[in-house]
Design a protein around this ligand. Structure first.
Ligand code: ATP
Ligand code: FE2
Length: 323
């Protein structure tokens, strides 16, 4: 069976086609990149305009027609309301017009499951760092649970806001990474509270530091501090759960320095370290399709009434029947 997965939680729109054996036949992503940050309704407008084309392209890439799709999956949440609703409407339309089952999936869990499919990781602690999310998630007691998360803004959002405020443009992560390589470490406020992280104080301090320090040094200090916070929480989650694998996910995970730090932590613990390829790290439709397949195979059936979007969809609300 083939599943069409539709992703549209934030500014990225994705459509992917995955087979029940886990073969990724297509994974098309279209970015909405406004200069002045994302506006939920404008992003939703972008998705509505581009959905037909993105789905068509994914089907072409897969070399299949819509009639060959046996299941449609979409990101039910968490995310921005208008964006989620747009993707959900597309999925419902396909489900009803083609008379195929529909399943709404949790976006964060989809990141983890595509990581397990694409790497050798079997039961990892996932460090999920993106523009909208920063969470440490692992499977325990029949559910995916959040062991630590940001108390305020996401790590990618911190990098993006910092870059925008000091004139480095958008997205911030790659610009900060390029400069950090040339910088000396600068001490900035480190904030891990219990198992949670806070990035807003670090953001304010970094913007202020950029007024009277070399920007390269601030970038280096910002990266070292923020990444060390994430790696510390991930390591403690591994110690607590006894898991011996770490999996990176989210757009920030393409960062070489973060990979190096997480990899080093894993090596010191004798644990496995896994990073999926770039196209599967950021938001994409293939991960939605794959989780859809696993849920459907485990017997999950959603009626159209069950497909209402869930902006604050918590990871641990999902009963994991497929593991
Ligand atoms: P989500 O909906 O999961 O929150 P997203 O919409 O933020 O995802 P992603 O592609 O997962 O999309 O992540 C984008 C983020 O990744 C941006 O904040 C961007 O600055 C950051 N990023 C991209 N490349 C790098 C890099 N090399 N180093 C650090 N951060 C990066
Ligand atoms: Fe994501």
């Amino acid at each position: 069976m083939l599943c069409l997965g539709i992703e549209g939680t934030a500014e990225k729109l994705g459509a992917g086609v995955v087979s029940s054996e886990g073969r990724i036949l297509a994974n098309v992503v279209k970015h909405h990149t406004p200069k002045e940050g994302i506006h939920p309704r404008e992003a939703a407008q972008h998705h509505a305009e581009n959905l037909p084309r993105v789905i068509k392209k994914a089907l072409e890439e897969a070399g299949r027609s819509l009639d060959e799709i046996g299941l449609v999956a979409f990101s039910q949440g968490p995310g921005l309301g208008p964006c989620l609703r747009t993707a959900a409407i597309a999925a419902r339309t396909i489900s009803l017009s083609k008379d195929i089952p529909i399943v709404g999936v949790n976006h964060c869990i989809a990141h983890l499951e595509i990581g397990r499919l694409a790497t050798e990781a079997e039961d990892p602690v996932m460090l999920y760092v993106s523009g909208g999310n920063t969470q440490v998630i692992a499977f325990e007691g029949g559910r995916y649970r959040v062991f630590g998360e940001t108390l305020d803004i996401a790590l990618g959002n911190c990098l993006d806001q910092f870059a925008r405020k000091i004139g480095l443009g958008f997205p911030g992560g790659p610009a900060v990474e390029r400069l950090a390589v040339k910088g000396e470490f600068l001490s900035l406020p480190y904030a891990v509270k219990g198992m949670d992280m806070s990035f807003s104080g670090l953001l304010t301090a970094s913007v202020k530091a950029a007024e009277n320090h070399r920007v390269e040094d601030v970038c280096r200090g910002l990266q070292e501090t923020a990444f060390a916070m994430c790696v510390e929480v991930a390591e403690r989650a591994m110690a607590h759960t006894g898991k011996e694998e770490i999996l990176l996910a989210g757009g920030v995970a393409v960062n070489r320095r973060l990979q190096e730090m997480a990899g080093q932590m894993a090596a010191e613990r004798g644990a496995g370290f896994f990073v999926p390829e770039k196209s599967l790290l950021g938001d994409n439709g293939a991960m939605i399709a794959w989780l859809g397949i696993m849920m459907h195979r485990a017997g999950v059936r959603h009626s159209i009434e069950d497909t209402t979007v869930r902006q604050r969809f918590r990871t641990d609300e999902v009963e994991v029947l497929w593991r």
